[in-house]
Ligand binder design. Structure first.
Ligand code: DAH
Length: 344
Protein backbone atom coordinates (compact mmCIF):
# COMPACT_ATOMS: atom_id res chain seq x y z
CA UNK A 1 0.00 0.00 0.00
CA UNK A 2 2.81 2.36 0.87
CA UNK A 3 4.32 1.88 -2.60
CA UNK A 4 0.97 2.71 -4.23
CA UNK A 5 0.69 5.90 -2.18
CA UNK A 6 4.21 6.86 -3.23
CA UNK A 7 3.44 6.17 -6.87
CA UNK A 8 0.18 8.19 -6.84
CA UNK A 9 1.87 11.04 -5.00
CA UNK A 10 4.49 11.25 -7.75
CA UNK A 11 1.84 11.08 -10.48
CA UNK A 12 -0.28 13.77 -8.87
CA UNK A 13 2.71 16.06 -8.31
CA UNK A 14 3.68 15.84 -11.96
CA UNK A 15 0.14 16.30 -13.24
CA UNK A 16 -0.67 19.46 -15.18
CA UNK A 17 -3.91 19.56 -17.16
CA UNK A 18 -4.02 21.02 -20.65
CA UNK A 19 -7.72 21.81 -20.35
CA UNK A 20 -10.79 21.45 -18.17
CA UNK A 21 -11.57 17.95 -19.49
CA UNK A 22 -8.20 16.59 -18.41
CA UNK A 23 -8.70 18.04 -14.94
CA UNK A 24 -12.08 16.33 -14.66
CA UNK A 25 -10.57 12.98 -15.71
CA UNK A 26 -7.93 13.52 -13.03
CA UNK A 27 -10.61 14.15 -10.39
CA UNK A 28 -12.56 11.02 -11.34
CA UNK A 29 -9.40 8.87 -11.40
CA UNK A 30 -8.12 9.83 -7.95
CA UNK A 31 -10.96 11.45 -6.02
CA UNK A 32 -14.10 10.01 -7.63
CA UNK A 33 -16.48 7.71 -5.75
CA UNK A 34 -14.87 4.77 -7.55
CA UNK A 35 -11.43 6.37 -7.67
CA UNK A 36 -8.02 5.27 -6.44
CA UNK A 37 -8.36 7.06 -3.13
CA UNK A 38 -11.52 5.14 -2.40
CA UNK A 39 -9.67 1.89 -3.30
CA UNK A 40 -6.91 2.77 -0.84
CA UNK A 41 -9.39 3.36 1.95
CA UNK A 42 -11.06 0.02 1.17
CA UNK A 43 -7.68 -1.69 1.25
CA UNK A 44 -6.87 0.06 4.53
CA UNK A 45 -9.75 -1.77 6.20
CA UNK A 46 -8.01 -5.08 5.45
CA UNK A 47 -4.54 -4.35 6.89
CA UNK A 48 -3.33 -5.47 10.29
CA UNK A 49 -3.92 -3.17 13.31
CA UNK A 50 -0.18 -2.57 13.52
CA UNK A 51 0.08 -1.38 9.97
CA UNK A 52 -3.01 0.76 10.46
CA UNK A 53 -1.19 2.92 12.97
CA UNK A 54 1.47 4.09 10.53
CA UNK A 55 -0.51 3.82 7.31
CA UNK A 56 -3.50 5.74 8.68
CA UNK A 57 -1.52 8.92 9.00
CA UNK A 58 0.13 8.51 5.60
CA UNK A 59 -3.18 7.82 3.96
CA UNK A 60 -4.84 10.87 5.48
CA UNK A 61 -1.94 13.05 4.42
CA UNK A 62 -2.16 11.66 0.91
CA UNK A 63 -5.90 12.36 0.80
CA UNK A 64 -5.34 15.96 1.88
CA UNK A 65 -2.54 16.35 -0.66
CA UNK A 66 -4.65 15.01 -3.54
CA UNK A 67 -7.65 17.18 -2.66
CA UNK A 68 -5.58 20.33 -2.30
CA UNK A 69 -3.83 19.75 -5.60
CA UNK A 70 -7.19 19.32 -7.32
CA UNK A 71 -8.56 22.49 -5.69
CA UNK A 72 -5.53 24.48 -6.80
CA UNK A 73 -5.69 23.24 -10.39
CA UNK A 74 -9.39 24.01 -10.52
CA UNK A 75 -8.86 27.60 -9.39
CA UNK A 76 -6.08 28.03 -11.92
CA UNK A 77 -8.21 26.71 -14.73
CA UNK A 78 -11.00 29.13 -13.86
CA UNK A 79 -8.74 32.16 -14.12
CA UNK A 80 -6.45 31.08 -16.93
CA UNK A 81 -7.29 32.24 -20.42
CA UNK A 82 -5.92 29.05 -21.91
CA UNK A 83 -8.64 26.90 -20.54
CA UNK A 84 -11.18 29.68 -21.02
CA UNK A 85 -10.53 29.65 -24.71
CA UNK A 86 -12.24 26.24 -24.70
CA UNK A 87 -15.45 28.01 -23.78
CA UNK A 88 -15.13 30.73 -26.38
CA UNK A 89 -17.30 30.66 -29.43
CA UNK A 90 -14.92 31.36 -32.28
CA UNK A 91 -17.78 31.79 -34.71
CA UNK A 92 -18.98 34.97 -32.98
CA UNK A 93 -18.31 38.16 -34.98
CA UNK A 94 -15.31 40.16 -33.71
CA UNK A 95 -15.73 43.21 -31.54
CA UNK A 96 -15.60 46.38 -33.64
CA UNK A 97 -13.16 49.09 -32.59
CA UNK A 98 -13.85 52.78 -32.85
CA UNK A 99 -12.36 54.43 -35.91
CA UNK A 100 -10.88 57.88 -35.52
CA UNK A 101 -11.90 60.77 -37.72
CA UNK A 102 -10.04 63.54 -39.43
CA UNK A 103 -9.87 66.89 -37.71
CA UNK A 104 -12.25 69.33 -39.43
CA UNK A 105 -9.40 71.75 -40.14
CA UNK A 106 -7.42 68.99 -41.83
CA UNK A 107 -10.47 67.96 -43.85
CA UNK A 108 -10.92 71.48 -45.17
CA UNK A 109 -7.19 71.92 -45.71
CA UNK A 110 -7.23 68.78 -47.83
CA UNK A 111 -10.24 69.99 -49.78
CA UNK A 112 -8.61 73.37 -50.47
CA UNK A 113 -5.41 71.67 -51.64
CA UNK A 114 -7.33 69.37 -53.96
CA UNK A 115 -9.21 72.22 -55.61
CA UNK A 116 -6.05 74.23 -56.25
CA UNK A 117 -4.18 71.19 -57.48
CA UNK A 118 -6.82 70.81 -60.18
CA UNK A 119 -6.13 74.43 -61.14
CA UNK A 120 -2.43 73.67 -61.61
CA UNK A 121 -1.05 74.80 -58.25
CA UNK A 122 1.76 73.01 -56.41
CA UNK A 123 1.89 72.72 -52.63
CA UNK A 124 4.81 74.20 -50.67
CA UNK A 125 5.62 74.67 -47.02
CA UNK A 126 7.94 76.84 -44.98
CA UNK A 127 9.22 77.11 -41.39
CA UNK A 128 7.01 78.23 -38.50
CA UNK A 129 9.97 79.95 -36.85
CA UNK A 130 10.82 82.85 -39.14
CA UNK A 131 13.11 85.84 -39.32
CA UNK A 132 11.99 89.42 -39.70
CA UNK A 133 13.10 89.48 -43.34
CA UNK A 134 10.80 86.70 -44.53
CA UNK A 135 7.86 87.56 -42.30
CA UNK A 136 7.95 91.36 -42.69
CA UNK A 137 10.77 93.23 -44.44
CA UNK A 138 10.80 91.39 -47.76
CA UNK A 139 7.01 91.73 -47.82
CA UNK A 140 7.32 95.49 -47.84
CA UNK A 141 6.21 96.13 -44.26
CA UNK A 142 7.42 99.57 -43.24
CA UNK A 143 9.83 99.65 -40.29
CA UNK A 144 7.21 101.09 -37.93
CA UNK A 145 4.30 98.86 -39.05
CA UNK A 146 2.10 97.87 -36.08
CA UNK A 147 2.09 94.17 -37.04
CA UNK A 148 5.74 94.01 -35.98
CA UNK A 149 4.73 95.18 -32.55
CA UNK A 150 5.10 92.90 -29.52
CA UNK A 151 1.30 92.98 -29.35
CA UNK A 152 0.90 90.70 -32.34
CA UNK A 153 4.12 88.83 -32.80
CA UNK A 154 5.66 86.18 -30.59
CA UNK A 155 9.33 87.13 -30.72
CA UNK A 156 11.86 84.43 -29.93
CA UNK A 157 15.19 86.20 -30.28
CA UNK A 158 16.22 89.80 -30.87
CA UNK A 159 18.56 90.45 -33.76
CA UNK A 160 19.88 87.89 -36.19
CA UNK A 161 21.38 87.91 -39.63
CA UNK A 162 17.95 88.58 -41.14
CA UNK A 163 16.48 90.44 -38.17
CA UNK A 164 14.52 89.30 -35.14
CA UNK A 165 13.46 85.67 -34.93
CA UNK A 166 9.74 85.13 -34.31
CA UNK A 167 6.88 82.70 -34.85
CA UNK A 168 5.49 83.54 -38.27
CA UNK A 169 2.37 85.68 -38.14
CA UNK A 170 1.17 84.61 -41.59
CA UNK A 171 2.03 82.18 -44.38
CA UNK A 172 2.98 85.04 -46.71
CA UNK A 173 6.54 84.40 -45.50
CA UNK A 174 6.53 81.22 -47.59
CA UNK A 175 5.94 83.32 -50.74
CA UNK A 176 9.25 85.04 -50.10
CA UNK A 177 11.09 81.77 -49.52
CA UNK A 178 9.67 80.35 -52.72
CA UNK A 179 10.53 83.36 -54.87
CA UNK A 180 14.05 83.62 -53.42
CA UNK A 181 14.76 80.08 -54.50
CA UNK A 182 14.15 80.36 -58.21
CA UNK A 183 12.69 82.24 -61.11
CA UNK A 184 9.06 82.41 -62.37
CA UNK A 185 6.74 80.83 -63.18
CA UNK A 186 5.58 80.10 -59.64
CA UNK A 187 2.15 78.70 -59.03
CA UNK A 188 1.71 77.29 -55.56
CA UNK A 189 -0.39 77.22 -52.44
CA UNK A 190 1.27 77.17 -49.05
CA UNK A 191 -0.73 75.83 -46.12
CA UNK A 192 0.53 76.14 -42.56
CA UNK A 193 0.10 77.17 -38.97
CA UNK A 194 0.60 80.78 -37.91
CA UNK A 195 0.86 82.50 -34.52
CA UNK A 196 -0.32 85.79 -33.10
CA UNK A 197 -0.09 87.16 -29.61
CA UNK A 198 -3.81 87.53 -29.00
CA UNK A 199 -6.05 86.74 -26.05
CA UNK A 200 -7.92 83.48 -26.69
CA UNK A 201 -11.66 83.87 -27.19
CA UNK A 202 -14.44 82.48 -29.39
CA UNK A 203 -13.27 84.79 -32.19
CA UNK A 204 -9.46 84.89 -31.79
CA UNK A 205 -6.70 82.44 -30.98
CA UNK A 206 -2.97 82.61 -30.51
CA UNK A 207 -2.45 80.12 -33.31
CA UNK A 208 -4.47 79.30 -36.39
CA UNK A 209 -4.03 78.03 -39.95
CA UNK A 210 -3.73 79.75 -43.28
CA UNK A 211 -3.36 78.89 -46.92
CA UNK A 212 -1.30 81.27 -49.00
CA UNK A 213 -1.51 81.37 -52.79
CA UNK A 214 0.98 82.76 -55.26
CA UNK A 215 1.08 82.93 -59.02
CA UNK A 216 3.93 84.81 -60.73
CA UNK A 217 4.59 84.74 -64.45
CA UNK A 218 4.59 87.05 -67.46
CA UNK A 219 1.27 88.85 -67.99
CA UNK A 220 -0.52 87.68 -64.86
CA UNK A 221 -3.45 90.02 -64.26
CA UNK A 222 -6.07 90.84 -61.66
CA UNK A 223 -8.62 89.17 -63.95
CA UNK A 224 -6.70 85.87 -63.56
CA UNK A 225 -6.85 86.28 -59.80
CA UNK A 226 -10.60 86.88 -59.84
CA UNK A 227 -11.30 83.93 -62.09
CA UNK A 228 -9.17 81.56 -60.00
CA UNK A 229 -10.78 82.60 -56.73
CA UNK A 230 -14.27 82.51 -58.26
CA UNK A 231 -13.69 78.93 -59.45
CA UNK A 232 -12.28 77.98 -56.05
CA UNK A 233 -15.37 79.24 -54.25
CA UNK A 234 -17.76 77.44 -56.62
CA UNK A 235 -15.89 74.19 -55.98
CA UNK A 236 -15.71 74.64 -52.23
CA UNK A 237 -19.13 76.05 -51.39
CA UNK A 238 -21.13 75.02 -54.43
CA UNK A 239 -22.24 76.51 -57.75
CA UNK A 240 -23.98 79.83 -57.44
CA UNK A 241 -21.97 81.13 -54.48
CA UNK A 242 -21.45 84.81 -55.24
CA UNK A 243 -18.19 86.69 -54.78
CA UNK A 244 -17.38 90.36 -54.44
CA UNK A 245 -14.08 92.17 -54.15
CA UNK A 246 -13.61 95.23 -51.92
CA UNK A 247 -10.54 97.47 -52.19
CA UNK A 248 -8.22 97.00 -49.23
CA UNK A 249 -4.61 97.44 -48.18
CA UNK A 250 -1.75 95.01 -47.59
CA UNK A 251 1.88 96.10 -47.70
CA UNK A 252 2.81 93.24 -50.06
CA UNK A 253 0.11 93.70 -52.72
CA UNK A 254 -0.86 96.62 -54.92
CA UNK A 255 -3.71 96.90 -55.63
CA UNK A 256 -5.11 94.90 -52.72
CA UNK A 257 -8.57 93.55 -52.10
CA UNK A 258 -10.63 91.54 -49.69
CA UNK A 259 -12.99 88.97 -51.09
CA UNK A 260 -16.45 88.32 -49.67
CA UNK A 261 -18.76 85.48 -50.57
CA UNK A 262 -22.54 85.31 -50.25
CA UNK A 263 -23.22 83.85 -46.82
CA UNK A 264 -23.07 80.06 -47.02
CA UNK A 265 -25.41 79.65 -44.06
CA UNK A 266 -28.36 81.88 -45.04
CA UNK A 267 -27.52 82.12 -48.77
CA UNK A 268 -27.53 85.89 -48.52
CA UNK A 269 -30.82 86.35 -46.68
CA UNK A 270 -29.13 87.54 -43.50
CA UNK A 271 -28.18 85.62 -40.36
CA UNK A 272 -25.96 85.79 -37.30
CA UNK A 273 -22.96 84.39 -39.16
CA UNK A 274 -22.96 87.25 -41.72
CA UNK A 275 -24.22 89.78 -39.18
CA UNK A 276 -27.33 90.16 -41.34
CA UNK A 277 -25.35 91.59 -44.26
CA UNK A 278 -25.64 88.51 -46.50
CA UNK A 279 -21.86 88.60 -47.14
CA UNK A 280 -18.85 87.14 -45.34
CA UNK A 281 -15.21 87.97 -45.88
CA UNK A 282 -13.02 84.95 -46.56
CA UNK A 283 -9.65 86.17 -47.82
CA UNK A 284 -7.22 88.93 -48.68
CA UNK A 285 -5.57 89.17 -52.07
CA UNK A 286 -3.96 91.43 -54.63
CA UNK A 287 -1.24 91.86 -57.22
CA UNK A 288 2.21 91.18 -55.77
CA UNK A 289 3.83 94.57 -55.07
CA UNK A 290 6.81 95.14 -57.43
CA UNK A 291 8.94 95.90 -54.34
CA UNK A 292 8.31 92.36 -53.08
CA UNK A 293 9.31 90.85 -56.44
CA UNK A 294 12.52 92.90 -56.43
CA UNK A 295 13.27 91.98 -52.79
CA UNK A 296 13.19 88.36 -53.88
CA UNK A 297 15.41 88.88 -56.93
CA UNK A 298 12.67 88.86 -59.54
CA UNK A 299 12.57 91.36 -62.38
CA UNK A 300 9.37 93.36 -61.81
CA UNK A 301 9.52 94.88 -65.28
CA UNK A 302 9.16 91.41 -66.78
CA UNK A 303 6.97 89.55 -64.30
CA UNK A 304 3.73 90.23 -62.50
CA UNK A 305 1.86 88.06 -60.05
CA UNK A 306 -1.05 87.71 -57.73
CA UNK A 307 -1.25 86.46 -54.19
CA UNK A 308 -3.97 85.58 -51.74
CA UNK A 309 -4.24 84.37 -48.19
CA UNK A 310 -7.08 82.81 -46.25
CA UNK A 311 -7.67 81.42 -42.77
CA UNK A 312 -8.61 77.73 -42.73
CA UNK A 313 -10.60 78.19 -39.49
CA UNK A 314 -12.80 80.80 -41.15
CA UNK A 315 -13.42 78.64 -44.20
CA UNK A 316 -14.26 75.71 -41.90
CA UNK A 317 -16.61 77.78 -39.72
CA UNK A 318 -18.57 78.72 -42.80
CA UNK A 319 -18.72 75.15 -43.99
CA UNK A 320 -19.76 73.53 -40.73
CA UNK A 321 -21.34 76.45 -38.86
CA UNK A 322 -18.81 76.42 -36.06
CA UNK A 323 -19.00 79.54 -33.96
CA UNK A 324 -16.21 79.12 -31.43
CA UNK A 325 -12.57 78.92 -32.50
CA UNK A 326 -11.55 77.26 -29.26
CA UNK A 327 -13.35 74.07 -30.29
CA UNK A 328 -10.62 73.38 -32.84
CA UNK A 329 -7.90 72.95 -30.25
CA UNK A 330 -9.73 71.58 -27.21
CA UNK A 331 -9.79 68.02 -28.55
CA UNK A 332 -13.26 67.36 -27.21
CA UNK A 333 -14.13 63.99 -28.65
CA UNK A 334 -17.84 64.91 -28.81
CA UNK A 335 -16.93 67.71 -31.21
CA UNK A 336 -14.36 65.78 -33.22
CA UNK A 337 -16.46 62.70 -33.82
CA UNK A 338 -19.07 64.71 -35.66
CA UNK A 339 -16.67 64.82 -38.60
CA UNK A 340 -16.75 61.09 -39.28
CA UNK A 341 -15.06 60.49 -42.55
CA UNK A 342 -13.43 57.71 -44.36
CA UNK A 343 -9.79 57.58 -43.34
CA UNK A 344 -7.80 57.82 -46.53
N1 DAH B 1 -1.10 87.68 -44.93
C1 DAH B 1 -2.44 88.24 -44.81
C2 DAH B 1 -2.95 88.01 -43.40
O1 DAH B 1 -2.37 87.25 -42.69
C3 DAH B 1 -3.38 87.57 -45.78
C4 DAH B 1 -3.05 87.94 -47.19
C5 DAH B 1 -3.64 89.05 -47.75
C6 DAH B 1 -2.17 87.19 -47.93
C7 DAH B 1 -3.37 89.42 -49.05
C8 DAH B 1 -1.91 87.54 -49.23
C9 DAH B 1 -2.52 88.67 -49.79
O2 DAH B 1 -1.08 86.84 -50.00
O3 DAH B 1 -2.26 89.00 -51.08
O4 DAH B 1 -3.92 88.61 -43.03
Amino acid sequence: MQSKIDQYTAEISAFSPANADELETFRIKYLGTKGLLKDLFDEFKTVSPEEKRTLGKTLNEFKKFAEEKYQLLKEQSETSTDTQSDKQDLTLPGEGFALGSRHPLMLVRKEIIEIFKKLGFNVAEGPEIEDDWHNFSALNFPEEHPARDMQDTFFIKKGGEKGDIALRTHTSSVQVRMMEQGQPPFRAIMPGRVYRNEAISARAHCFFHQVEGLYVDENVSFADLKQTLFTFVQELYGEGTKVRFRPSYFPFTEPSAEMDISCTICKGAGCQMCKYSGWVEILGCGMVDPNVLENCGIDSSKYTGYAFGMGIERITNLKYEIRDLRLFSENDIRFLKQFKTEIV
